[in-house]
Each structure stands twice: as structure tokens, then as C-alpha cells.
Unconditional design. Sequence first.
Lengths: 162, 125
Amino acid sequence: MLELMAWLEASALANLLRGLGIWTYGLLNLGHILGVSMLFGMVLLLDLRLLGLWQRIPLAAIIGPTVPLAAIGFGLAVITGIMMLSFNTTDYHGNPFLYLKLPMVVLGMINVVVFQRFGAWQRARDGQPAAVGDQGILRLAGGLSLAIWLTVVICGRMIGYW
Amino acid sequence: MPRFAQFLILLLITSAWWAVPQVQAHHGWSGNTAGEVEVTGTLVTGVSLAGAHGTLQIEDADGNVWTITLAPGPRTHRAGLRENTIPLGAEVTVIGERNENPEVYEAKVRRVIWEDQVFDVYPPR
């Protein structure tokens, strides 16, 4: 991990960013917050619906806008997050919040990939009638997703306070 | 609304993170609790204003190299301390809080003094 951190800190990207002026880090931080707020807002909406709230709104109508916006927010957060880390990467060596956050992000991505292969999700997304047992699967996935991303956001916010 | 109750329980469990005592660290100065420190030395790494906070390095009379953390870049800049203000090799005095680990020569400072100039990156209130 330390080798990877040292590599990022010494990378051309890090050197470029350090030379861009005193507001660079603050602006990257702004981009990160925009990405995270987009991602988490969409996750909250979708997961609460999966957990059983607002059942009169068809699931397909919620999946339509939330999933692509969450993906854009995620992409923005990952790019700006790596950029912010690159300034002083090795300073975060051993930071428990970062070390919990990164695997949680991976877990969140795995959750998305696996869950999208389920028939329950595909039927909900396409507006097809639910099969027996679908609701339980959807609720489990929504609860898991919410727990993962909430942990990611909490850990992320706490990194700088360690 | 039992489903909503289930959700609330889930939210509480995941939010329990907040109860972990070490989380209640003080804003940004958590690792700098060894008390007030004043260090004088020669500037060996000039002021950098990139990253979350400005930094510089000074070497004291005993040959220890101190890594000094300043305020965030724009704030340090506003206090008059720019990247090229102090030349390398100049004698600099810093006043702030030392890292809690006595093996580590690191301090987060509020004041930098060079010749007749005082830079209050965190001005006294």
C-alpha cells in the first residue's frame, strides 16, 4: 500500500496538480463534494424505494433517473478523490478511515454489478411484473447498498480529522 | 409503518460509527496535542501552498528537520506568506502545536517569523 501511495504522490498527475495554484485543492474538494452529494442523493432515493418506501411510484420510474446520475456522481468523486489524494498520499498511510473507505467503495461497486444480474432487478428496471421473492431481494440489495455508501461517506468525511 | 421502522434501525446501526470515541477528534489539530512549541531553524524546504495545507521544513540547531504545517493554501497566502517569500537557508521561527509523538519533528503552526516579518496564518482572536 505504501509503495502504491508513494507512486501516486510522485506521479506526473500529482506534480501537474501541485503547480496549478493555491486554489486547486479547494476546487478539487468542491468537485468531490458535488460528486458525492450526487451519488449519495441518488443512492438514498433508490435504496429507500427498494426498502419499501413510496410504493405508489413505480420502481422503473425511480431507477431511470437515479442510476445514471449516481454513475456520473461516482465517476466525478473517484477522479477528484484520486487527485486530492495525490498531493500528499503518504500522509494518509495507516489512516483507518481511508483504509476502511477504499474497500467499502469496491464493495459498493461489486454490489451494483452483482445486483444488476439478478432477475428481480431486471424485471423492476424494465417495469415488468415482479416474481415471487423479488421484493425480498430488492429490499436486501437496497439495505446493503445504503449501509455501504453511508459508511463510505462517513469514513470519507473523517479522513482529514484523523 | 414497519418497513420504515426496519429502515430506521438499519440507519441507526450504520450510524453507530459516530459513537466510536476516536472519531471525536478535534478539528484538524487532533495529532498536535503535545503543547505549545517554538522552533527556530534554517529553511530547508521552501513554502508550498499546494494540497490541503501549506507546508515548509526547517532544520533546527540540533540538526532535526521539522515538517511544519501551515494554514490552507489560500489562507496562508492571504497572511502574506507566498511560495517565494522566504529564501532557502533563511532563519525562520515558528510557533504552534507539536505532534503528540515525541519521535516526530512535526508541528502545526499559527505564526511564522522571518527577519522583521510576522505571518499570522491563524491570527490570534
